[in-house]
Design a protein around this ligand. Structure first.
Ligand SMILES: *Cc1c(COP(=O)(O)O)cnc(C)c1O
Length: 355
């Protein structure tokens, strides 16, 4: 794939934000990647250009009928000044899976990965170096064909933007309190829960706003049909350590197949833990919490890597987990995965791409 490159003049490049003040998603780098699709010609006009607003026809299909998908991965700067991507090929595969589910076109995985690497090389100075910080990479695809009517669009835009992000745990692990909702659901069986598509996140806002009002950090989602089986926590996958068995809900079509989830399963198996991917009900978890069989609970996702859960709140009752403290397994997984990402641990799994 040929990528046309138009660089922002040096004099117009932005000042880097101080690494102590990055938070998440607030700043964007100097450049972005764009590529167009038309049904007749396929993908074309791949280009890296100065970051700027783009023009959309008000009738663009994405604005009305929701054909919009995205990915999220990070570039990490190690102490050796090398920049690493973690399992980025998996993100490309998942983008294509989301595209398939939303009747959007496939992209060439290797070409998109090359484009992302080229973009990061150009904006290399935007990869922060302070411990725990990284450059968040956001590929996304939207339907741009101008028409009103419900059918798959025939024109799309694929873009990649970059955003330096702060350390998720600036003051160390802080286990979160979770509100279990049996009123709202995130996704339904047969729906689009397994796709990273925009509408899923709009659908989740009401429940998380209500949880925030009540003083909780995240929502635990239950299955839509019975409000019985556990699905995910916020925008993370969820794990339970029951005695010495690590349990996570099986991928059933309504759960997002997290890459961190898969990494945790792989590491835990290699460390000799018993691992189960199976339906797990909220009642089982709460009973086991009461009986002290539930040793740990944590969420997994690219943003936080591991997010320990200190308590679950369900039907007016609070269930503390591990005394509200971070468990040993959560800590070990966090250290191992971040060790790989920052090049401190040897890449025995072939998960790392050096840019
Ligand atoms: C992105 C996402 C995850 C986590 O996926 P990772 O690949 O581990 O970052 C989990 N659940 C939802 C709903 C998500 O959108």
């Amino acid at each position: 794939m040929h990528i046309e490159i138009e660089l922002l003049p040096e004099s117009e490049r932005k000042d880097l934000p101080p690494s102590s003040n990055l938070s998440f998603g607030k700043h964007r780098s100097d450049h972005m990647f764009l590529m167009d699709y038309k049904a007749e010609t396929g993908w074309h006009n791949a280009r890296i250009v100065p970051y700027a607003a783009f023009f959309l026809d008000p009738a663009s299909a994405c604005l009305h009928y929701g054909q919009a998908i995205f990915e999220g991965l990070k570039a990490y700067r190690g102490k050796d000044d090398q920049i690493r991507l973690f399992r980025a090929g998996e993100n490309m595969d998942r983008l294509n899976h989301s595209a398939w589910r939303m009747c959007m076109p496939q992209v060439d995985k290797d070409e998109l990965l090359q484009a992302i690497k080229a973009l990061i090389r150009i904006d290399r100075r935007w990869v922060p170096e302070a411990t725990g910080t990284s450059l968040y990479v956001r590929p996304f695809m939207i339907a741009t064909e101008a028409f009103l009517g419900v059918r798959p669009a025939r024109e799309y835009l694929l873009s990649v933007i970059l955003s330096p992000v702060g350390a998720y745990y600036a003051e160390g692990f802080n286990p979160v309190k979770i509100f279990v909702t049996d009123q709202y659901v995130r996704a339904v069986s047969g729906g689009v829960g397994e796709a990273k598509t925009a509408g899923n996140y709009a659908a989740s806002l009401m429940a998380s706003e209500k949880a925030h009002e009540l003083g909780f950090t995240q929502v635990l989602w239950l299955d839509a049909a019975k409000r019985h089986y556990i699905e995910e926590v916020g925008t993370m996958n969820i794990f339970f350590l029951l005695e010495d068995t690590l349990v996570t809900p099986e991928l059933n079509g309504s759960i997002l197949p997290g890459i961190t989830r898969d990494s945790v399963l792989c590491l835990a198996r290699d460390w000799g833990l018993k691992v189960e991917e199976r339906p797990i009900s909220i009642n089982e978890v709460l009973d086991k919490a009461k009986d002290k069989v539930l040793k740990e609970c944590f969420g997994t996702g690219t943003a936080a890597v591991i997010s320990p859960v200190g308590a679950l709140y369900y039907k007016g009752e609070n269930y503390p987990i591990n005394g509200g403290k971070t468990g040993n397994l959560a800590q070990r997984l966090f250290d191992e995965i971040t060790g790989l990402q920052y090049g401190k641990t040897e890449d025995a799994y072939g998960w790392i791409d050096i840019i």
